[in-house]
Design a protein around this ligand. Sequence first.
Ligand code: SF4
Length: 127
Amino acid sequence: MAQDNCCCGSTNLILACSGASNVGQITNEVAKKLDIDKQGRFFCLAGVGGHISGMVASVDGSDKVLVIDGCPVACAKQTMDEAGLNDYEYVVVTDLGIEKNHDFELDSADVDNALEACRRKLDRVKA
Ligand code: SF4
């Protein structure tokens, strides 16, 4: 096992942009809920962005990866791609019809919508 790992050693990893908008925070909420439901391990995108070698290796060595971005700026996707990590399922929250804004009182229906889309992606990965 590589050095510099954080707590995350699962083979089913979830990385979220966790951005400063409603849709960014929806990615964070969804990643937490999937982790709590034991559908994957919420993993630190910042570690990948910081090119922490063990963390990049953990993502590279995992069986299944789900990346969640809030909007088409695609910060999480670009972080992954910059690290040479290209094998993952991908969800963009605004693609689900959820409009981006700066309201951090999240709409639970929006969170549920994004959660369901991410679950479908993880189910597809498992199949
Ligand atoms: S993908 Fe969009 S919501 Fe997420 S961090 Fe980037 S700009 Fe913010």
